[in-house]
Design a protein around this ligand. Structure first.
Ligand SMILES: Cc1ncc(COP(=O)(O)O)c(C=O)c1O
Length: 400
């Protein structure tokens, strides 16, 4: 057996993948070995700036010190405790989430898809015998069968049918279409407050409050998928707080704990009470490593005022993008909430992502034409400016 520490070149690691790892991802041709904040290094020692750390999971950048310390401390005490026992860290993390969201209770799991699966089960069991769930076109809720059936993008569903029945998709942001879709069989409405994968789509102002009212009038549950918009990404702990509403159920994952894998369902107390012992479970859910990391993550954000910093970073990007937009003619729209940034182009963005990578900046393109930046909420101005120079040049080259 080879040692588990990093000893291979990027090429050697890629060869291992070619032989042993299922090829379901498109991967960049480098092996990343170390990260600190918004900087990351590959096996050859090349440094990259990261405007997309951890695919939205690393809101504090790579290896935030308090999270690292908490995890180190916890693994020396207990790595995993089954959910047939109580553990202080899970109770304290649930309390911390509730104190920053809305009165309710938390169920912990391991990913966004798993959180959404659980939310679908919870909504159906609470609203029984109603089973229908209305979601939005261009939404993304994950890759498991229920979550992908909820997802309003056929490309993620093709080849995996039959899908889970009971989902209907309506245009995002269209309150009349939602009102028409709700009927006597509808258990819940489920949307992302801002669509991430679908292109960083921000709904019209007032959409979420109208949705809240509609759900109340028609007696259906409002489920918000905050997997990408939480926790802190938009400058609020949760994006629904930008609109002054509360959902009945909210799902979380990605940056729930500064890069440590985890997910959660948060539900209003009456709704949460529908899950009785034995109805739902997750073996690793709410493990002490996740919960200690999550507490350290929240503490860091509050001690360093990073919710406010997220807004400042978003505005700094806007100040840079808008003048370029006027100049180059290929930027069709700029959509920003805190450190959730979408730049919609008049052409596919893949060549710009590649150009940035060659110049050692990591960004993302989603929905074919939307450059998506999900930078860390603690990226220093100098690194932001340095990365922006690279991105600006790449956009200029694509426009030329
Ligand atoms: C809004 C939203 N929901 C759910 C998911 C699925 O999360 P996971 O990949 O952790 O299953 C994602 C992932 O991108 C997401 O953006």
């Amino acid at each position: 057996m080879e040692p588990s520490t990093t000893t291979l070149s990027s090429r050697e690691t890629i060869d291992l993948f070619d032989q042993y790892v299922i090829g379901n991802y498109t991967r960049y041709p480098a092996c990343l070995v170390r990260g600190e904040g918004s900087e990351i290094w590959d096996a050859e020692g090349n440094r990259y700036l990261d405007f997309f750390p951890g695919w939205g999971c690393d809101l504090l950048g790579h290896c935030p010190s308090k999270v690292v310390e908490a995890v180190r401390d916890q693994v020396g005490q207990l790595i995993h405790v089954p959910n047939t026992w109580y553990m202080e860290a899970q109770g304290r993390f649930a309390q911390a989430i509730i104190e920053r969201s809305f009165p309710g209770k938390v169920f912990f799991c391991n990913s966004g898809a798993e959180a959404n699966e659980g939310a679908i089960k919870l909504a159906r069991s609470h609203a029984a015998p109603r089973t229908k769930i209305i979601t939005a076109l261009d939404s993304f809720h994950g890759r498991t069968l229920g979550a992908v059936s909820a997802t309003g993008q056929p490309k993620y569903q093709q080849g995996f049918g039959p899908l889970v029945p009971g989902f209907k998709h309506v245009p995002f942001g269209d309150i009349d279409a939602m009102a028409r879709a709700i009927d006597d069989e509808t258990a819940a409405v489920m949307v992302e407050p801002i669509q991430g994968e679908g292109g960083v789509n921000i709904p019209p102002a007032g959409y979420l409050p109208k949705l809240r009212r509609l759900c109340d009038e028609r007696g259906v549950l409002l489920v918000l998928d905050e997997v990408q918009t939480g926790m802190g990404r938009t400058g609020k702990w949760f994006a629904h707080q930008l609109e002054g509403i509360e959902p009945d159920i909210m799902t979380l994952a990605k940056s729930i704990a500064g890069g440590v894998a985890g997910g959660a369902i948060v539900a209003r107390k009456e709704v949460a009470g529908s899950l009785k012992p034995g109805m739902h479970a997750s073996t690793f859910g709410g493990n002490p490593i996740l919960c200690r990391a999550g507490l350290a993550y929240i503490e860091t954000i509050e001690e360093e005022d990073l919710l406010d910093r997220a807004v400042v970073i978003g505005e700094r990007f806007r100040e840079k993008i808008e003048p370029l937009r006027d100049e180059v003619g290929i930027i069709q729209d700029v959509r920003i909430r805190g450190v959730m940034i979408g730049i919609e182009l008049a052409l596919p963005g893949a060549s710009i992502v590649k150009d940035c990578l060659e110049n050692r900046l990591l960004i993302n393109c989603t929905h074919d034409t939307v450059l998506r930046l999900l930078p860390a909420m603690n990226i220093p101005d100098e690194q932001l400016d340095e990365g922006w120079e690279i991105l600006e040049q790449a956009i200029r080259r694509a426009a030329a």
